[in-house]
Design a protein around this ligand. Structure first.
Ligand SMILES: [Zn+2]
Length: 340
């Protein structure tokens, strides 16, 4: 162990904060000195990003090619593992949201600067993590957690006397829905939030089922409704069109006691179901939370996605799934978005 490591382990949070602050200031001073001394830093040029994976169309720089391939015939594995991963393209958002992501108008700029707040106010699940508060608000924007993040979902209705949260906002006290959302967070534009909510009502299959639950509960106070969010996606693995509300979930009259228990399905009771943790193995993990990234309810990763052209019955791993999704490809709607 070096003397530096010993020092770091014994320092208090306050000392650590002070040390990091001093290091940042020293780095800033060194950069300024270099500029003042006209020390030129050599530019590193990777050339053009003009290499295309012949299987999936992902774009690369030549330097990213696989080690064993040649400059004349480069190959790339990080995108689709040589054609073994093939996922439907992400579904294009409705025109209103697409305009907010791509336009240079002031309204769209304001939305993009605050997009996480809008998503939080419209998400169907909450975000949970063991957050390390030591580094919060210490200058640079950072977010440090211990362990992993969780997504939680509650019962269809809030417990007596509690305010609705997340998916419950789509079902309970919807005459005051906008006010209920604004009570949670005020730093958003009310018109944009209302338009996004209207858009999701039309486009998002999960939210359509929550609205159906609202209609049934409002029609009869004595009705008891449960909702099952499907976990088995094997029937719709390669569909390229948007999932419908009946693809993603089903409503049942009753308290859900007679529903066959399943590790895969999520059962939401009308009340007092408590908070449930959504498994990251569930295809709804992503779309229930990131409603503005997957407004049409695209499935996230799940363990049943087969590898293509594989002799064994291998499945696409979580790493392969997100690696494929994060590549830059012509035609992906996400390539047209603007950074504010
Ligand atoms: Zn590829």
């Amino acid at each position: 162990m070096t003397s530096n490591q010993r020092t770091f382990q014994s320092e208090t949070p306050r000392e650590r904060k002070r040390r990091l602050n001093n290091e940042r200031q020293a780095a800033h001073y060194r950069r300024r000195q270099r500029r003042q001394n006209n020390i030129s830093i050599e530019r590193h040029d990777l050339g053009r990003m003009d290499q295309i994976c012949t299987y999936c169309g992902a774009k690369f720089w030549m330097n990213e090619k696989d080690k064993h391939s040649t400059q004349n015939s480069p190959s790339f594995a990080v995108c689709c593992a040589g054609g073994k991963v093939g996922l439907p393209p992400l579904l294009r958002p409705p025109p209103y949201l697409m305009n907010l992501y791509t336009s240079l108008e002031p309204e769209a700029n304001a939305f993009r600067r605050n997009v996480r707040s809008y998503n939080s106010l419209l998400a169907c699940t909450s975000f949970g993590a063991d957050v390390n508060g030591e580094f919060q608000r210490s200058g640079l924007s950072n977010f440090t957690i211990h362990g992993q993040v969780y997504h939680f979902i509650g019962s269809l209705l809030p417990n007596e006397g509690e305010a609705p949260k997340f998916a419950q906002l789509y079902i309970y006290d919807t005459e005051n829905e906008m006010n209920n959302r604004l009570n949670i967070m005020q730093n958003v534009d009310v018109t944009i939030l209302q338009n996004l909510q209207n858009m999701l009502d039309v486009a998002n299959p999960y939210i359509q089922v929550f609205r159906q639950a609202r209609d049934i509960i409002q029609a009869s106070e004595t009705s008891d409704v449960s909702m099952v969010i499907h976990g088995d996606c094997t029937k719709n693995l390669h569909r390229y069109e948007a999932p419908t509300s009946s693809d993603v979930a089903v409503l049942m009259i009753g308290d859900g006691c007679d529903i066959e228990p399943s590790n895969r399905n999520i059962l939401l009771r009308q009340r007092e179901g408590g908070l449930q943790k959504i498994s990251e193995l569930h295809p709804s993990y992503d779309p229930l939370h990131y409603v503005l990234l997957f407004p049409r309810g695209d499935n996230g990763w799940h363990p049943d996605i087969p590898l293509l052209r594989s002799r064994k019955r291998n499945r696409v791993t979580q790493m392969q799934f997100y690696s494929y999704r994060l590549q830059i490809k012509n035609g992906d709607w996400i390539q047209n978005t603007v950074n504010s």
